[in-house]
Write a protein that binds this ligand. Structure first.
Ligand code: SF4
Ligand code: SF4
Ligand code: FES
Length: 194
């Protein structure tokens, strides 16, 4: 507990400033347990280190999601304004799909390049384009670049561009985060399976 009676927990942040640091390092900060990971990062900024860099946009009651706060939270891509701080500590790293500008701030226009392992799809993913509101959450959060945006009748819609890269049923981030529930996944039978 801190002096104000708040329960505190550890927030580990992968820090890296390409202009001065040779390599990224984890730094730990004590932050209030109550609230979101984004709240914890703002606490770090206000109480521990004003040089910490991260993005957010729509955070606040009544606002829609903007996707700016996407990062890796305890190893899983997520929106830091939507994920709660964990009592046993929380580790945050920049979203691995994009180039790092500084700390958790990534360049959404520059994706990391590199070959991804192609596998036979173990699930069928479909997107109901009538329901899709074009928020781009699935494209941002999918760690495997399965989804892409396309224009249909001048509106942005998500499409399944690379089903062979999907992890199958291990992550399901796209399904969990899609606001209107437009993404559907079903298991494909593997040969020999009953
Ligand atoms: S379930 Fe597949 S398509 Fe959905 S986020 Fe995970 S890897 Fe991407
Ligand atoms: S499928 Fe869902 S998460 Fe993806 S862009 Fe459409 S509404 Fe957003
Ligand atoms: S700040 Fe907009 S989605 Fe998190």
């Amino acid at each position: 507990m801190n002096k104000s009676g708040e329960h505190m927990t550890e927030l580990r942040v992968l820090r890296y400033d390409p202009e001065v640091d040779k390599k990224p390092v984890y730094r730990s900060y004590m932050v209030p347990l109550a609230g979101s990971v984004l709240g914890g990062l703002k606490y770090v900024l206000e109480h521990h280190d004003s040089s910490l860099s991260f993005r957010y946009g729509c955070w606040g009651p009544g606002y829609e999601r903007c996707g700016a706060c996407a990062m890796l939270i305890n190893g899983t891509p997520g929106f830091s304004c939507k994920v709660a701080m964990q009592p046993n500590g929380t580790t945050v790293e920049p979203h691995p799909k994009f180039e790092v500008i500084k700390d958790l701030t990534i360049d959404f226009d520059r994706e990391q390049t590199g070959k991804r392992k192609q596998t036979k799809p173990s699930s069928r993913i479909s997107i109901d384009s009538e329901k899709c509101v074009g928020c781009r959450d699935c494209v941002l959060l999918c760690p495997m670049n399965v989804m892409q945006m396309e224009k249909i009748e001048r509106k942005g819609k998500a499409k399944v561009a690379d089903p062979g890269s999907c992890c199958g049923f291990t992550c399901k981030l796209c399904v969990a985060y899609c606001p209107p529930g437009a993404i559907h996944m079903e298991a494909l039978k593997v040969r020999g399976q009953k």
